[in-house]
Design a protein around this ligand. Sequence first.
Ligand code: NAD
Length: 500
Amino acid sequence: MSASETIHVDGVWRAAASGATREVLDPADATVIQRVAEGGAEDADAAVAAARRAFDEGIWSGTPVAERAALLRRVADLLQRDREEIALIESRDTGKTLEEGRVDVDDVTNAFRYFADTVMNESGGRVVDAGSADVHSVVVHEPVGVCALITPWNYPLLQASWKIAPALAAGNTFVIKPSEVTPLSTVYLVKLLAEAGLPNGVANIVTGAGVPVGQRLADHPDVDLFSFTGGLVSGTKAGAAAVAGAKKIALELGGKNPNVVFADACTTEGGFDTAVDQALNAAFIHSGQVCSAGARLIIEESVKDRFVAELSRRAEKIKLGRGTEDGVECGPLVSQQQLDKVEAYVASALAEGAQLRSGGSRPEPSDIRPATGYFYSPTVLDGCHREMKVVREETFGPILSVETFTTEDEAVALANDTEYGLAGAVFSGNSARARRVAARLRHGTVWINDYHPYLPQAEWGGFGKSGIGRELGPSGLDEYRESKHIYENLRPEPVRWFGG
Ligand code: NAD
């Protein structure tokens, strides 16, 4: 297999039908890591045909659940076997640090194991009381069919696995289209699926652009389920096309996530340092290119000056560089396009009256190695308010906006004042208040005195425009299944509704 044979259809690795390729860049120095196949609509069609045939022949859906679960566990073991190699691929492709890459591999290993356990622990149906001893009534689950899976560039391996593991556990076949910006770890994962023994045609991948490949998958009449993770604009467009064909859809979209800090979080023993440290982590891990990034610090007025001073001091010290280098804490942004977008958001915030407390520019070439990477300094913007673009829109970069409140109601109103609703946090030394506020936050995940942890057994997804549906947890498996009610009359006899 040559490096650019990254399309996998019916068990065969091959180039794009057109022969086109695309360069995948290392964002740390803008050099080419690898050329991959630039698939087109005809490649998408071939992949859907393979997935359709594999599904209709029942080669995977008919495999006993115990064998499906065993295969998922083998994939988990292979992920751990190749942990360093995959972490390195992910770090070079996305720019994230090697350690973040390792954490991603461990997390997806857990996701494969979780879905293996979950399908195994099910009873095989829910008996429902039909109100008669002469009726046996049971609700069972079946796979949906052919799934089209579309993933973004920031957590390629993770987002692919959150879809692939439950899709396979439920007995579906799939075609995945990873982001054209960071496709390499998903190609690797599909190789591991084949090595684990998945039959040909069950797992297919087409590397290529959103348009035409993703769009073709959204439109394709032989796709039964369309699951998309990415931005609001492309997600709603693709989702609308999928709905027009009456497909089941799942959309995991963006976020503009509040991190609410009460003054009483800073008065407990170690509370101030913890809250500052967590706010830093919330906003700047993976250079803020995280759907759940705590990009809005909403802090009680009385502690704001001290808090922002310490936060900015620490933000200035974050060590930027190539993610594979020892001691580097933040890698580059993923692309020139992302860098331009972040620069524009900072410029607009400053024009709207925000005060720069740290960052606000690319690092000086003499301060950063390699100097050609897409680096941007962690940026803290004080004096922000809800009308500002930087507060309302997802910047997807290392930008933290600071807003203040004086009452609990005001804090909640600010935190909920977003069209998104993916995640948020509340820091408080008063647990009754923390729980009260958490209950009022209209976000799919709420952390109390913490930021970012998630569990494979707990649902992930958003309120509002953060999406439709949930990944992970029992609902994450249900996304990939149809429910079927089987009603069996044990004493059939005429109903005599009609007299003739
Ligand atoms: P994006 O929307 O630009 O692209 C996402 C994927 O959609 C890519 O594979 C792209 O090729 C494809 N695509 C684009 N247009 C399409 C179309 N018309 N039809 C079908 N597919 C199409 O997003 P991105 O820039 O890659 O990722 C960043 C976004 O992802 C952010 O908004 C972030 O919040 C979101 N995200 C959300 C979650 C979550 O769990 N909710 C997780 C990670 C990222």
